[in-house]
Ligand binder design. Sequence first.
Ligand code: HEM
Length: 252
Amino acid sequence: MSTSSGAIGRFDDKARESFEHVGQTTVYRGELLRHPVYTRVLHWMVALFFFLALFTGFAIYLPWLFRWFTPFFGGGPLSRVMHPWFGVGFVFFFGLQALNWLQPMIWTAADSRWIRNMGKIVSGKEKMDPPDTGFFNAGQKFQFWEIVGGSVAYLITGIIMWAGAGTFGRIAVAISYVVHDISALIMLGGIFIHIYESTFGQPGTFQAIVRGAVSEAWAWTFHPAWYKQVTGRDPQQACEEARRQMTTASKP
Ligand code: HEM
């Protein structure tokens, strides 16, 4: 994926290059490169710290219900100590991921059209996503920007709660608790949808963030404009051609 220009782009390109020595991405015939090693490592670090922060957070937020999480983190007091550090880890790795995905996450007119037609797309009435759907669709971009907003909220409110009323005053700490918890609940709801869409909702997506490659059929179905950009081929034509070949091959 091409990254942003300027200092961010240079930093991101350098990081991406260094990570190519750490792991590899095999792209077989009929597949396209989706996410390089650097992007995949960042995504899984984000996910790891998100769940660590979530489990320790729930143990603090609703101890009567989630106390049983605490032994995994060395007990209640240690869970309380670890939670802000897991949060810092989450914000740090998501910050890098945000820089990595900044360019493809920019909102376009095609995204506004996608949102207007969301009903038809999500219900599966349309077999393929609209032809102008690029590397990420509007739903993915919406969630990305929600996580960016949530991360900023976590960072500010987290620091206020961590330093405490002695530094920021009781009112600031009380407001921070509410904003922090609401942000966590919104993000949690979004993550359920994200996990569903990345696995069962859109079959073939999970391998994008595990192996880094996707099938061409996946690309022309869910991200036709991206397919056209990387292959130079018309997604509709490619789909029909593949269908014809399958029909011919299945004839006795
Ligand atoms: C076990 C849980 C998870 C699974 C199975 C999963 C799966 C995936 C997959 C397959 C993609 C690539 C989608 C594509 O290339 O089109 C992706 C992207 C992404 N993931 Fe995750 N993910 C998980 C957890 C998380 C968590 C915890 C976060 C953040 C809190 C997160 C944030 C994102 C974002 C922002 C993207 C890019 C946009 C999108 O596809 O929605 N993921 N994930």
